[in-house]
Design a protein around this ligand. Structure first.
Ligand code: BV8
Length: 252
């Protein structure tokens, strides 16, 4: 048994592994932290350098897009480049493997980077959409781009309408499918894993609260404390790219 912090982490990881071994339904909520080790800045960190002068609400809202679509599109194009260059990390792969080891696993992500899917996770619920898809602002459907670049802004190949990233902006509703399935999973699960999220953005952050009320075992994986930490049954304080593979090894 290791001494000090490592020993404590081991003991906590042992208890988390025990809960996962006995689990009937595991619900996992991930945030930007799980993609940090893939080189994608967390949401708050995505406002650095060029974008430091903006707040999330100034770029990720329908009002901002209405006001200044060029600036919003250039922020999303910058983030798309980062996502295209990124690879899933050991944390993403561990969750894909965990789904093969437990009877039922529901993976809800706030991330718009598609890295869970690229790591092989089945049925990922894209709670906030996907940054690599375009949506037509007229037909409100995922659309192909028209090559007419005269306007500089991307246009819908079908109707010529302005395109926007297929993500959920602040003040917008969560897509009905992911919203409903995620809420049911938080109600039904017996283990809830909160990975790499500051638990500040709602309604996503409310999912852990539902699991707590249902007496599920709530496990948080995050190097930093969050609003959820005092309420979680187990807090594994460290990077998910290290903690999740270790946890998987312990579930045997
Ligand atoms: C809505 C897509 C109504 C776009 C995003 C209740 C209370 C208070 C406020 C509200 C409330 N209900 C609604 C609100 C308003 C708002 C909200 O929550 N505001 C917050 C800021 C207070 N919510 C909304 O507007 C939602 N919509 O309510 O609509 C409605 C209802 C019906 C009909 C019409 C309208 C929509 C919210 C979704 C917004 N879109 N993303 C894009 O990406 O561009 S949110 C975006 O920010 C991300 O998707 C994510 O959800 C959030 C960032 O949070 P995290 O992922 O947690 O990332 P963060 O950077 O904060 O933290 C990273 C964490 O990782 C840290 O804790 C760090 O310690 C940790 N970490 C770092 N490295 C590692 C690590 N962890 C593990 N390993 C590591 N290596």
């Amino acid at each position: 048994m290791k001494s000090g912090a490592a020993g404590v982490l081991d003991e906590l990881a042992g208890r988390a592994a025990e809960a996962l071994r006995k689990a009937r339904h595991v619900c996992v909520l991930t945030g930007a932290g799980i993609s940090a080790e893939s080189g994608i800045p967390t949401f708050r960190d995505a406002l650095t350098g060029l974008w430091a002068k903006f707040s999330p609400e100034e770029l990720a809202t329908p009002e901002a897009f209405e006001r200044d679509p060029e600036t919003v599109w250039s922020w999303y194009e910058w983030r798309r480049q980062l996502v295209r260059q990124a690879q899933p990390n050991a944390g993403h792969f561990a969750l894909a493997e965990l789904a093969r080891r437990v009877p039922c696993l529901t993976l809800v992500t706030q991330n718009v980077d598609g890295l869970h899917q690229r790591a092989g996770s089945p049925g990922v619920l894209e709670y906030h959409g996907n940054i690599l898809r375009d949506r037509c602002t007229v037909e409100q459907i995922v659309a192909e781009r028209s090559e007419d670049t005269r306007t500089g802004l991307p246009r819908c190949a079908a109707c010529g309408g302005l395109l926007r990233p297929d993500v959920v902006w602040f003040g917008e509703a969560i897509p009905a499918g992911p919203m409903t399935v995620a809420a049911a999973a938080a109600e039904d699960c017996d283990v809830f894993l909160s990975v790499g999220t500051s638990s500040l953005v709602y309604p996503a952050a409310g999912l852990a609260e539902v699991a707590l009320r249902r007496r599920a075992t709530v496990i948080e994986i995050n190097p930093n404390a969050t609003d959820l930490s005092p309420h979680a049954d187990l807090v594994l304080a460290g990077p998910s790219g290290q903690i999740l593979p270790a946890l998987l090894r312990q579930t045997g």
